[in-house]
Write a protein that binds this ligand. Structure first.
Ligand code: C2E
Ligand code: MG
Ligand code: MG
Length: 644
């Protein structure tokens, strides 16, 4: 017969190596790898059929029906590999959903292969493409066979160029290599009809794709053996770009840091692998075809195409139950404290950046019920959406100057009148209305706007103190809250002193409140500020005493004039030990010659109790809530005139 089998044998060797190394490198876990392996498999079949034809002849077989079957199978499998190539391109671009969105285009893409099947079947009866006589093949027309494969390759390359934002450069080059290889094999066949190079050309293309695209280091995290962060980022960006609907199960292991600290690198790695395997087990059991990713710091993501609510609920429930169980490592019982959240993209999280910032710390913001959390339910909770949009809210407030300083009067027990007040910041957002200070102050500390906000408060208070109105009220000073981030800014002391000078406000007219927790931070950065301010004559209060975890030595080293007993501390009536603590703390601070303010006093009975305990000042809703400047002036004018 004179056909050269060498190219097919070389192709077989290449394809087998690609197949086995892909399996060895576990490159079969995601959709594009599965399609890639299917392409390798069909090309391998085509090579086997072509070799079989030659071997049958060499072995003396002259059964033309058998030759006809083997050759027809070769043509069908060879062209099917081209179909798989097209599908591989689609899965790399992650645009499967577009096949469902545009059914007519999808059907059109089936036509070349269907025509091919019809031609092969018709050929069996009329032999218009190829015939056999005593095992010797006569080719009448093979253009249809090349045309079918060519259409898929050309459409695929057009698709890559048209959607180039969905492909990396190396992917585009490797995919495009199939075109010159196919053209070259076609030309060779025209000049040397006995050289069977078509499959060999395909095998070379596959080898290029395998080495350039199907690289596990681009997909797999060596630590957890799951798909890695960069692959997750690529895929999620594509999903948002393609408006692909996916459901994500976000798993954040809250105790990751402590686990790593206790178990060390090797054991933590083993633990993460086990968790990854458990999740994959659920994946298989539920036939969910989900992609499992490991990001970092104990964060897994399970991504499922579409919104199959029942399946997702079951999946998330199983993951949650599994991670609630105690795991053992080095005979140490490990509690993961995992929080599991289900989010629909792009419905709940509209873009990649929101996904990343939500995923970073949702476990710290959600209530710990032990149940799976649903993002859609979270986002309907006001506080959660506030937290999520806090950066925008702060920007808006700074731009529209919508921060307002309110004042809460502070009553002096000895003088029986209001002698000072605390300045408390209020933010009424155009969209969300009242935003609690605890939320926006924390966010402002995180994003750095606290410094701007701090100087707005200081300026507003100085302007008020400098006014004639304030002088008439006869108040001694205003307390201003300083957050930890402010205390650590190197220019704080100079900025405050400059502001006082600008408004001609005396250092005795303000008092700075620092929180008890501030005493636990690195003192070196803030001690210089506190020293400068204290030397300039400014006094400090220790705010929220009784809520933090005090480092007594540090508290003692702060230049404090006043201690403010926190509302939660003074209101804790249930525990008899607390009132012993309270009474003794008050005595202790008195001995240290500090003044004491009790916060959060709401009843007359409490006013009496703390007056009897010799607290110096009382602050709370019993007298007044924090109120705007105008109301505050009226309040003090009315109440202090009565008191005098
Ligand atoms: P804080 O400095 O301990 O302020 C006292 C908080 O207790 C205020 O909450 C006040 O409204 C509330 N309060 C006072 N008396 C009562 C009472 O009788 N009952 C109850 N239930 N609450 C009472 P607010 O205004 O929500 O402020 C919360 C925290 O936000 C403040 O705690 C302070 O740490 C921070 N903050 C407020 N304004 C500023 C500011 O201008 N700068 C900084 N850095 N932090 C501020
Ligand atoms: Mg305060
Ligand atoms: Mg306080």
């Amino acid at each position: 017969m004179g056909l050269l089998v060498h190219f097919d044998i070389a192709a077989l060797a290449i394809l087998l190596i690609v197949l086995l190394t892909s399996i060895y490198r576990k490159m079969y876990k995601d959709m594009s790898s599965v399609v890639f392996l299917s392409m390798v498999g069909t090309t391998l079949l085509a090579a086997v059929f072509e070799c079989a034809q030659i071997i049958m002849y060499a072995a003396g077989c002259r059964n033309d029906v058998a030759f006809m079957i083997v050759k027809s199978l070769y043509v069908l499998s060879h062209d099917f590999a081209a179909v798989m190539y097209f599908l591989y391109v689609i899965s790399l671009a992650q645009t499967w959903h577009k096949m469902r969105q545009y059914p007519i285009c999808s059907m059109l893409m089936c036509i070349p292969y269907l025509v091919n099947i019809v031609c092969v079947v018709v050929n069996v009866f009329n032999g218009w493409m190829f015939t056999f006589e005593n095992g010797i093949e006569t080719v009448h027309s093979n253009w249809i066979h090349y045309l079918g494969a060519g259409v898929y390759i050309l459409v695929s390359i057009y698709y890559v160029i048209d959607n180039k934002e969905l492909f990396k450069k190396h992917q585009m080059l490797a995919l495009a290599s199939m075109l010159p290889l196919t053209i070259a094999s076609f030309i060779v066949r025209q000049f040397y009809p006995h050289s069977l190079v078509a499959i060999f050309a395909n095998a070379l293309g596959i080898l290029i794709m395998s080495t350039v695209i199907q690289r596990p280091e681009l997909f797999i995290d060596t630590l957890s053996q799951q798909k890695k962060y960069s692959f997750y980022a690529d895929n999620m960006k594509k999903a948002f770009m393609n408006k692909n609907h996916v459901t994500m199960i976000l798993v954040n292991i809250s105790s990751y840091n402590s686990i790593y600290h206790i178990l060390g690198y090797d054991e933590t790695t083993q633990l993460l692998r086990r968790i990854g395997n458990y999740i994959e087990g659920i994946n298989r059991r539920l036939n969910a075809y989900a992609n499992v990713y490991y990001l970092d710091r104990g964060r897994f993501r399970v991504v499922i195409n579409g919104f199959n609510t029942d399946k997702v609920r079951k999946y998330a429930f199983e993951v949650n139950e599994l991670l609630k169980e105690k795991l053992y490592s080095k005979n140490i019982e490990v509690s993961l404290n995992a929080v599991i959240c289900v989010a629909r993209l792009p419905e709940d999280l509209h873009d990649f950046n929101s996904l990343i910032s939500f995923g970073n710390d949702f476990h710290e913001k959600v209530p710990r019920t032990g149940d799976v959390v649903y993002a859609e339910e979270l986002f309907t909770q006001r506080e959660f959406s506030l937290v999520n949009e806090m950066d925008d809210i702060l920007d808006r407030a700074l731009q529209n100057e919508s921060f307002k300083v309110y004042y809460q009067p502070i009553y002096s027990v000895a003088k029986q009148r209001f002698t000072s007040a605390e300045a408390l910041l209020r933010l009424i957002d155009d969209v969300h209305g009242f935003v609690p200070p605890d939320l926006f102050i924390t966010a402002a500390e995180r994003n750095g706007t606290i410094h701007k906000i701090g100087s707005i408060v200081l300026e507003e208070v100085c302007r008020f103190i400098a006014s004639d109105e304030f002088e008439r009220l006869g108040l001694e000073y205003i307390e201003i809250n300083l957050s930890v981030a402010q205390c650590m800014q190197s220019t704080l002391a100079d900025d405050i002193l400059a502001m006082l000078e600008k408004y001609n406000v005396s250092v005795s007219q303000i008092n700075l409140e620092i929180t008890e927790t501030a005493a636990n931070y690195d003192m070196s950065a803030m001690s210089e500020n506190l020293r400068k301010l204290s030397e300039a004559g400014i006094s400090f209060s220790l705010d929220d005493f009784g809520t933090g975890y005090s480092n007594i030595e540090r508290v003692a080293s702060l230049p404090l004039k006043i201690v403010k007993l926190d509302r939660t501390f003074v209101n804790n009536q249930d525990n008899p030990h607390m009132s012993v603590f309270l009474e003794n703390f008050i005595r202790m601070f008195k001995q240290m010659e500090m003044e004491i303010v009790v916060e959060g006093i709401e009843t007359e009975q409490m006013v009496k109790r703390f007056s009897d305990l010799h607290c110096d000042y009382i602050q709370g809703y019993y007298f007044s809530k924090p109120i705007p400047q105008r109301d505050f002036v009226e309040f003090i004018s009315n109440n202090n005139s009565k008191a005098v």
